[in-house]
Design a protein around this ligand. Structure first.
Ligand code: NAD
Ligand code: ZN
Length: 691
């Protein structure tokens, strides 16, 4: 009996009719139609409707159905084919050697099976040798070089016929137009992946958003959409990258003996080859590679969805050959999916340490990248509106690395009529104080402050005791919750009044651990000024700013007496931060807290104030225009102002510099007319560094 592959996954959205409801062939037909529809959206339109993990589930279900009932296999089945049809707008290119897919493995057992089949196929006595590399999440491309010159580039298409995207590929700077080789082969088809870095993807989507255009679902789709443009000028603006990993036709040159040697040869000719690659032995070797890459994955600048193992020797590859749509000599070992689909059951709010109200989607439990997720952040109210996420929607949830799970988008075709919009509550759900949102801010806040709002109190206390602040071990969330809820403590100063009896009365608190908490509190009294300032939890004052403040003022009293002007003299402090500090210091309750902490014995070393740092941009006026590649305009303005400069809205003779990003308009023209120096982002950063 074929098993329904969905039962091994976490609680599911009841999206797909259960397999036992209809008859097998009906189910298979439904799966084929559904998979074909999604493939079209994914491969042809670069606009997928469901996450890959959902697609893969349907795909695996069809595979197991076809295995149990081989008569169900038809030539139009997605299990028999590669990719999608080439778009008719492009000239079609027939591949000299077909471009196939890869079989997938999801666990160690799959890998053991693959390794066994390889050894059997090659009749090996010992271990097989594998070349291991990354599975880039982009789109496959075939580059034809004739006598070392790039003459044609084609997408994979349906594997036999692809789209001619030569003009677009020529705009990709990573791809050499000429190979660095004294004696290049007469014909060489280089195969590899075109992809987009995560940072370039984020910037592209920001630009799309500002221009009111459709955002891309992920870097893969952005890369595919950017490459398959009819206008190469658009592709040229999209920062595409490339890694070579395979070969098609070769004429007039000697084929290397191994896959590893092929990649080295490529690298020597100036083709980008990813350095995360190795040659290993046996199943143990590939699994070790898998683990090491899994650990690195969150830090890689591009998305990968797994690693690929290829039998290293090319003669062995040839011997193993192909099955319908994939080689027998290679396998893709996939990571757990980072995206999954589920239903938003409700949208609630969370109150942070500074009172910030974060909308949070309450989800039907769903398994994403190794854990069950029930809550996902929606960041802020504007984000909920922009993404148009509603209660009852089916959504795509993403959890990458250790990052908090977030709702990426809703699935339009599954939206029902009875979905409800999120309404920002008027009152804080924790303390009942009004929620306010200053017009120019993206974040709504509980106006209760820590005095009225237990949520803010808890957040503030947790920040105070955290490792980089006062570093008080043993005071975790559960303990802080109890202390606040039972009104044992109100402020951080009360922590130092805690006695053994009060602590021992709390749930799950043995006398031994209570003593440890007291010891940790005592130890924390001896601290440093930067830690103390950071621990106060002033909005916009992170660790780095706290350090600058401590260095600049040298003593707590000088810091407490600082005016807004004095604060603006501190390196890297601009008006937003200065205002936030003065607001904090103006509140008598905060002053009292500081005094109580000092009275409790919290102490540190002080020193003379640092000589006032020069403000290199003093007297200079800047105008910002266009989209900068890495900074938002607000960030750029804050940095300019922190260096003493002014930011103005329009260009005049008094303007010192114009900082222009992409799509800069009339301000740039005006600057050029007036002969005002124009900087790009890199130029601005250099000026900041040099001065
Ligand atoms: N969300 C959807 O609706 C939808 C629809 C169709 C397909 N998909 C997704 O597409 C994938 C299946 O598609 P597929 O057959 O195009 O490709 P695949 O991703 O399963 O594997 C083959 C491809 O991997 C790429 N690749 C990356 N690194 C490689 C390396 N080092 N060596 C060799 N190849 C490498 C190549 O582009 C190659 O064509 C699945 O993950 C599926 O979930 C999703
Ligand atoms: Zn509140």
């Amino acid at each position: 009996m074929p098993t329904d592959s969905r039962t091994d996954a976490a609680p599911d959205v009841p999206l797909i009719p259960a397999a036992d409801r209809g008859d097998w062939s009906e189910r298979a037909a439904w799966l084929k139609a559904e998979l074909n529809r999604h493939s079209h959206a994914y491969y042809v339109l670069d606009n997928p409707t469901i996450p890959d993990a959902e697609y893969d589930k349907l795909f695996r279900e069809l595979v197991s159905l076809e295995e149990a009932h081989p008569d169900l296999v038809t030539s139009d089945s997605p299990t028999q084919r590669v990719g999608g049809k080439p778009l008719p707008q492009f000239e079609q290119v027939r591949h000299a050697v077909p471009m196939l897919s890869l079989n997938n493995a999801f666990g160690d057992d799959d890998i053991a099976g693959f390794d066994r089949r390889v050894r059997e196929g090659l009749q090996l006595d010992g271990e097989a040798e594998y070349s291991t590399e990354l599975k880039f999440d982009g789109l496959a491309i075939s580059l034809r070089y004739e006598n070392g010159m790039l003459v044609q580039a084609a997408t994979r298409g349906d594997g036999m016929t692809g789209e001619n995207v030569t003009a677009n590929i020529r705009t990709v700077r990573a791809i050499p137009l000429r190979l660095h080789a004294a004696n290049p082969p007469a014909v060489l088809d280089v195969r590899g992946e075109v992809l987009m870095y995560k940072s370039d993807f984020a910037r592209l989507n920001e630009r799309q958003r500002e221009a009111g255009q459709k955002e891309f679902a992920n870097p893969r789709n952005a890369a595919a959409g950017s490459l398959r443009q009819l206008d190469p000028r658009i592709t040229a603006q999209r920062s595409l990258r490339f890694f070579a990993y395979g070969i098609g036709l070769l004429e007039g040159g000697a084929m290397p003996e191994s896959h590893a040697a092929l990649l080295d040869w490529y690298a020597g000719m100036g083709l980008p080859v990813c350095k995360e690659r190795a040659v290993v032995r046996g199943a143990a070797g590939v699994l070790e590679f898998f683990q090491s890459i899994a650990a690195k994955r969150p830090k890689l600048p591009y998305d990968i969805d797994g690693v690929v193992y290829k039998v290293n020797r090319l003669d062995q590859q040839q011997k193993l050959g192909f099955v319908s749509r994939a080689p027998r000599f290679a396998i893709a070992h996939k990571f757990p999916a980072e995206e999954a689909m589920t239903v938003v059951q409700d949208i609630g709010v969370q109150v942070g340490r500074t009172g910030a109200i974060t909308p949070v989607a309450r989800l039907a439990p769903v398994f994403v990248s190794g854990v069950t997720v029930t809550n996902a952040t929606l960041h802020n109210e504007d984000e909920v509106r922009r993404k148009d996420i509603r209660i009852g929607d089916t959504v795509i949830v993403r959890r990458a690395g250790d990052v908090i799970p977030e709702v990426v988008s809703y699935v339009p075709e599954l939206r029902k009529d009875d979905v409800r919009e999120f309404v920002m509550p008027a009152q804080c759900p924790v303390c009942g104080s009004p929620i306010v949102r200053p017009e120019e801010e993206a974040v709504a806040r509980c106006s209760g402050g820590w005095v009225k709002c237990p949520a803010q109190r808890k957040g503030g206390l947790l920040h105070f005791v955290s490792r980089r602040a006062m570093d008080i071990e043993g005071l975790g969330e559960q303990l802080v919750d109890q202390l606040v809820d039972r009104q044992v403590i109100t402020t951080a100063a009360d922590l130092y009044k805690l006695g053994l009896s009060a602590l021992s009365e709390l749930d799950r608190m043995a006398e031994k651990s209570a003593q440890n908490v007291l010891k940790a509190l005592e130890k924390s009294k001896s601290t440093s000024l930067p830690r103390f300032i950071y621990a106060l939890g002033i909005r916009h004052v992170g660790e780095a700013t706290a350090k600058e403040l401590a260095k600049h003022f040298g003593s707590l009293d000088r810091f407490l007496d600082a005016s807004e002007e004095a604060l603006l003299e501190v390196p890297d402090i601009g008006p937003v931060v200065a205002r936030s500090i003065t607001a904090f210091l103006a509140d008598p309750l905060n002053r009292e807290l500081v005094e109580q902490l000092r009275a409790a014995g919290v102490h540190w070393q002080e020193h003379e104030p640092a000589a006032a740092a020069p403000k290199p941009f003093a007297g200079k006026t800047f105008v910002l225009t266009g989209t900068l590649p890495a900074m938002t305009r607000d960030e750029a303005a804050e940095r300019i102002e922190a260096a003493g400069g002014k930011v103005a809205g329009s260009v005049s003779k008094k303007t010192s510099y114009v900082v222009a990003g992409e799509e800069a308009g009339s301000k740039l023209t005006k600057a050029q007319e007036l002969g005002i120096p124009v900087l790009d982002e890199a130029g601005l950063l250099r000026l900041l560094e040099e001065s």
